[in-house]
Ligand binder design. Structure first.
Ligand code: G6P
Ligand code: ZN
Length: 543
């Protein structure tokens, strides 16, 4: 097995986005595309000689090919050891846990999250640092700079490495340890949650459906929910990972999980429904006759976390992304703990978690998690919900209603306008920004504007500043409109309009959400002129 240096030419489009490098599979299949990117990552890091690298992915099409390349390049570059999930599988939160638990130097997570897979689908490569979280911008910027000038990469001349058998082997001078992808993660969940109480809940006849969407959480959910917690076989559906996600779209929302939603809205349906995405970091929570919005779920989990053993001493603080509703803020206020509002993107929570300033974080985009890893964690959210249901011995709907009765309800919706011409979308945002200074104090549709700004985040831990993170228009009654352009879209621009209205504890908690937010929808339209500018009569997606 010899180390070879192979000449290559740079690609110009290897700029990591919000969550690593994500492209269509045929893009990754170009000659040396993976090799260039992986070598550029290693070229941007220092001090990893002899150290451990964790590699795993969500099992999507091309996972197996990319993993073999990554292992060879890691060996040729001097890593001492690679820990890789059996069959190349590790959910994103499980990879984060393995990096932390075994004090690895970092990790490569191979996934395109909730995007479809298959030969024409998406693939992705993300580098995570030693705290288990996504690499900060200073690393991803260095990687991008390197990809533009790279002229060679190092690889090991060796046959494919067997990833099917758990155990240790030697590849060149490097050790490759194939690990059980589920074991360490399941052990962590058992530490955090009251498995005995959840077992008793299932034993009492409580029924649940967990949709793994043919994606990575299948093996985790089968082991934890069915084998360890005793839920009947069949509780986990679509639990065998498929490289194309069975030609589905592994995004756990009310569009792609509509069948489950419909089931939960019937009397004979299960008591609880949940799902996770392609790589296992997002979650969907539905109770009987009650869909829980991600923003409400964050608030509810924070308010009840002390019922789980892992959080029994209380939580240090909560963080949410700026467009996420302020429901969690009311919980933090009541608990007398820190509350942080960060830009969109999980990476902004890392510093707060590392510094012990917050324990629980969440985003409106269906991500919730805690300080147990440095990624959002779909199954974690599901298990914390189960723990709360088991201890409170109430259904989801009753718990949600009690929450609104003691904190008030933040009605919330997001309207997305997808594939808008980028120039039009940018002009819309620029013009809107220009109008902000004159808005404070004005009364629109009977609502007084309390503030209007473009969100700037000052990281309280490292002092860094991130500006232009989205337009916020806040009203005196606690209502809010947020507009921003998505950082994850692949075609044109996606305009996201987030709308929120607060109803106090004794207010109306049973309105239809779109109806309750109609006045704010009207204000957003009249301020931004979305219809006139984009030619769209309605949003592409409403969540
Ligand atoms: C990814 C990130 C999240 C983010 C979401 C939406 O899932 O991991 O942190 O909230 O994308 O981002 P976008 O820029 O498209 O609104
Ligand atoms: Zn994901």
């Amino acid at each position: 097995m010899t180390i070879k240096t192979i000449n290559t030419t740079p690609y110009t489009d290897q700029k990591p986005g919000t969550s690593g490098l994500r492209k269509r599979v045929p893009v990754f299949q170009q000659a040396n595309y993976v090799e260039n990117f992986v070598q550029s990552i290693f070229d941007s890091l220092e001090g990893f000689a002899g150290k451990t690298l964790v590699i795993g992915g969500d099992g999507r099409f091309f996972n197996d090919v990319a993993i073999q390349k990554a292992i060879r390049i890691a060996a040729a570059n001097g890593f001492g050891k690679v820990m890789v999930g059996q069959g190349g599988i590790l959910s994103t939160p499980a990879a984060s846990n393995v990096i932390r638990k075994y004090k690895a130097f970092g990790g490569l997570v191979l996934s395109a999250s909730h995007n479809p897979g298959g030969p024409e689908g998406d693939f992705g490569i993300k580098y995570n640092v030693g705290n288990g979280g996504p690499a900060p911008e200073k690393i991803t910027d260095a990687v991008f700079a390197r990809t533009k000038v790279i002229d060679s990469y190092k690889t090991l001349d060796t046959a494919d490495i067997d990833l099917g058998t758990i155990g240790t082997q030697t590849v060149g001078d490097m050790t490759v340890e194939v690990i059980d992808p589920v074991k360490d993660y399941a052990a962590l969940m058992e530490e955090l949650f009251d498995f005995e109480a959840i077992r008793a809940l299932f034993a009492s006849g409580f029924r649940m459906t967990f949709d793994a969407m043919h994606a990575v959480t299948g093996p985790y959910a089968h082991t934890i929910i069915e084998d360890m917690l005793g839920a009947p076989k069949g509780t986990v559906i679509n639990g065998t990972p498929s490289p194309s996600f069975n030609d589905g779209h592994p995004d756990p929302n009310l569009v792609y999980c509509k069948d489950m939603y419909d089931l939960l809205m019937t009397e004979d349906g299960p008591d609880f429904g949940a799902a996770s995405d392609g790589d296992g970091d997002r979650n969907l929570i539905i109770g009987k006759n009650r869909f829980v919005t991600p923003s409400d779920s964050l608030a509810l989990l924070a308010a009840n976390a002390h019922l789980a053993p892992g959080y029994k001493d209380g939580i240090a603080g909560i963080a949410r992304s700026m467009p996420t509703s302020a429901a969690a803020d009311r919980v933090a206020e009541k608990l007398g703990i820190e509350m942080h509002e960060t830009p969109t993107g999980w990476k902004f929570f890392g510093n707060l978690l590392d510094a012990g300033r917050v324990t629980i974080c969440g985003e409106e985009s269906a991500g919730t998690g805690s300080n147990h890893v440095r990624e959002k964690d779909g199954l974690w959210a599901v298990l914390l919900w189960l723990n709360i249901l088991a201890v409170r011995k109430q259904g989801v709907d009753a718990i949600v209603r009690e929450h609104w009765a003691s904190y008030g309800r933040n009605y919330y919706t997001r309207h997305d306008y997808e594939e808008v011409d980028s120039a039009i979308a940018n002009a819309l945002m620029t013009d809107l920004r220009g109008r902000l200074p004159a808005l404070a104090g004005q009364v629109l549709e009977g609502l007084e504007v309390a503030y209007a700004d473009d969100f700037t985040y000052h990281d309280p831990v490292d002092g860094s500043t991130s500006s232009m993170q989205g337009v916020r228009i806040g009203f005196a009654d606690g209502s809010r409109i947020v507009l921003r352009l998505s950082g994850t879209g692949t075609v044109g621009a996606t305009l996201r309009v987030y709308l929120e209205r607060y109803e106090p504890t004794d207010g109306q908690h049973d309105l239809d959400t779109q109806h309750a937010l109609a006045p704010l929808i009207g204000i957003a339209e009249s301020l931004a002129g979305i219809k006139a500018r984009t030619g769209r009569t309605e949003p592409s997606v409403i969540t």
